[in-house]
Design a protein around this ligand. Structure first.
Ligand code: ZN
Length: 678
């Protein structure tokens, strides 16, 4: 069967022909793509030529193009625009893909050839000298294959493959249970007075969500994390409690979407696999391939932050309880915080919304900052299409008018889109293939009623800048090999560029440019500007604590030996004792994610890696200080960051790239100051 994936796309920037893709195209394309790559890899592994960099490493990089084309499209849709049929297909192909990858990664002949190239790097006879990126390709490929088990004997490999396949199915199940339980748990409201405090935009979004499901009244859909953006404004305490209890109960209600047994099985298999590879636990395997290198280094940073964060959160709770006149519970926290914010900064966050019209934030904020820093221009291309009519396509060009890539933006929540916000590449920049990047940003902004403007809350503005930071990492990439392109860096480094980009949200010249009243065009009043910039540090005890609790939970699950993992039978008991042992069980501050809906760690590829956000925030805070000292929003500062850091991607050791950019290693002081932890 011919499919739109058979040949590279002929659309500009090799944008996939989304409109030609049908459900029935995927499976044949996956099958053909896997068969093609198997044949390509077999030719490398079985070759009787002396192994060289070209005939082994570069040949391996060149393999699997058809599979890459179909995978990029399929997984973009299965995250952002899924259907039950697509979910079924994902469950069907995920174990096949895992087995396919394992067959390559665990091929002893291939591993031996790479080891030979690696050991003869300095006495090469096959032509031109290798670049630093070439050498890193050898080293990284070798390390990844070693950690994946390429050095195991046949029995070990057989067990490993079985584990990987089962894990692939389990993580898909976890993700699907979570999506369905989250949909089911949306809170239905039929009496309008219960929604007191909610602004008209939010109300119409809730009415729209209800109508979409054929319901009367209003439907409050849940985001991925424990809280909810509307908890800050809803005055009805019972409704707030209902929303948070719904959120907390996800994946642990004893129904068909229960994730407890699923995650226990995931934890046990990961621990078993670690021992097979000669490591004490899964976290040790994961960090060996990160900039952190060991779980002890991770624990060193996290636990050094816990006492001050927990103490600050306790103090904040006391202050908030005083403000509202009763003991603040988890569902009251955001509400009390808003009142306090209003008292301290003469503004609550709903006063900001009319100044955050989405399109203006995008063009006059996000794109404006990228123009000032990196000389990029963005032109909407209505002639190009994404995978859904709500996806917008922008062509990105440099200040010389040279093509840079495509930026796709998918802003709104819809059924079938997973929670949270993210960036993913659809085409990776690579000099090897001569490709320019195509990247997608997804957010979950509630869609306003037809004819109403999309007004963002401050948190969503920050998320847009954050995700766009990932997009910039992908767009500015200038590497030879796609495996090093843009965000293809160590997981505990990948959040660094995106976090840096958040600094422009409240940068005075950027804020003044985008924050204008959507009806009158008036600039943000000075007292609101003050509230926005002074609010850095505000509520940080809570934010740091809910984050650290989740990060420590993730570490706790993945620092279990196989024997200890087998002995855990209750998810709830384990969570409670892990949080208490870490000193982070703070009253009214639940973890940002609890285990049964912790997609990052059980299905999202952040297993034993959720610590990476604060690990890379050390670099972020240190970099923000550098920008402040070096001209701020300027083309020269941007050029240095782009050439020495963003463009390098994973082609260099990230901490070396950082040193090259900053002139020294990162220091933790700026992070402690920012989060009030000194
Ligand atoms: Zn991110």
């Amino acid at each position: 069967m011919a499919t739109p994936f058979d040949e590279p796309s002929t659309l500009p920037y090799a944008l996939p022909p989304f409109r030609e893709v049908r459900l029935e195209h995927y499976r044949p394309a996956f099958d053909a793509g896997m068969a093609e790559q198997r044949a390509e890899v077999e030719a490398i592994a079985a070759s009787d030529e002396t192994p060289t960099f070209e005939n082994t490493l570069v040949a391996l990089e060149r393999s699997g193009q058809l599979l890459a084309r179909v995978s990029h499209v399929f997984f973009t849709l299965s995250s952002a625009d899924s259907t039950p049929e697509l979910h079924d297909l994902e469950a069907e192909v995920s174990p096949l893909l895992a087995a396919h990858r394992d067959a390559i990664t665990l091929d002893s002949r291939l591993y031996d050839r790479i080891a030979t190239v690696r050991s003869t790097l300095d006495e090469r006879t096959d032509g031109a000298a290798l670049s630093d990126e070439d050498r890193r390709l050898v080293e990284r490929t070798y390390t990844e294959m070693t950690l994946a088990g390429a050095g195991l004997d046949d029995a070990g490999k057989e067990r490993l493959t079985a584990i990987n396949q089962e894990l692939s199915t389990l993580t898909t199940t976890f993700e699907r249970n979570l999506l369905e339980d989250t949909n089911d748990l949306a809170v239905h409201v039929t009496a309008e007075d219960e929604l007191a405090g909610l602004d008209d935009g939010a109300k119409s979004a809730a009415a729209g969500a209800a109508a979409d499901r054929g319901l009367d009244g209003w439907l409050i859909t849940l985001p991925l994390y424990t809280g909810h953006p509307w908890l800050a404004s809803l005055t009805n305490r019972d409704l707030r409690e209902r929303i948070m209890r719904a959120s907390l109960s996800r994946g642990r209600r004893g129904n068909e979407h229960d994730n407890r047994e699923v995650l226990l099985r995931i934890v046990r298999l990961r621990a078993e696999r670690a021992e097979l590879l000669g490591f004490p636990n899964h976290a040790a395997v994961v960090t060996a391939d990160e900039t952190a290198k060991t779980p002890e280094a991770v624990d060193g940073l996290l636990s050094s932050l816990v006492p001050a964060a927990a103490a600050n959160a306790d103090d904040e709770r006391a202050v908030r309880s005083r403000v509202v006149g009763f003991d603040v519970e988890a569902w009251d926290w955001a509400f009390a915080t808003e009142i306090l914010r209003g008292e301290q900064f003469a503004a609550d966050s709903s006063a900001l919304r009319p100044y955050f019209e989405a399109d203006r934030v995008l063009h006059d904020g996000v794109f404006h900052a990228a123009a000032e820093l990196y000389g990029l221009s963005f032109t909407e291309r209505d002639d190009l299409h994404g995978y859904n009519d709500e996806v917008r396509v922008f062509e990105v060009t440099s200040e010389d008018g040279e093509p840079v890539g495509l930026y796709l933006l998918d802003l709104y929540t819809r059924d079938g889109k997973r929670g949270g916000a993210w960036m993913n590449p659809v085409v990776e920049q690579s000099a090897l293939f001569g490709t320019l990047p195509v990247v997608v940003n997804n957010l979950n902004v509630a869609k306003p009623a037809a004819g109403s403007p999309t007004l963002l809350i401050q948190d969503e503005v920050e998320t847009l800048f954050h995700e766009f930071g990932h997009a910039l990492h992908g767009l500015i990439a200038r590497t030879t090999y796609p495996r090093f392109s843009g965000t293809n860096v160590e997981r505990d480094f990948v959040e660094f560029p995106s976090q840096v980009n958040e600094m422009w949200v409240s940068w005075p010249s950027v804020l003044a440019n985008y924050a204008k009243h959507h009806e009158t065009g008036e600039p943000l009043p000075p007292e609101l500007v003050l509230g926005l910039s002074d609010s850095a540090g505000f509520n940080e005890g809570f934010s740091t604590t809910e984050y650290l609790a989740a990060a420590l939970l993730d570490q706790a699950w993945h620092r279990l030996s196989a024997a200890d993992a087998a002995a855990v039978t209750s998810v709830e008991d384990f969570e409670r004792s892990a949080l208490e042992a870490a000193g982070i069980a703070v009253q009214a501050v639940p973890p940002r994610y609890s285990s049964t809906y912790f997609a990052h760690t059980f299905s999202g590829g952040y297993d034993a890696g959720y610590y990476g956000y604060i690990w890379s925030e050390v670099l972020d805070a240190d970099t923000v200080e550098w920008f402040r000292d070096n001209g701020g929003l300027s083309r020269s500062a941007g050029a240095r960051f782009a050439s020495r850091l963003l463009g390098v991607g994973g082609a260099k050791d990230p901490l070396e790239a950082y040193r090259d950019f900053r002139g020294r290693d990162a220091e933790v002081g700026p992070l402690l100051r920012r989060r009030g932890l000194e």
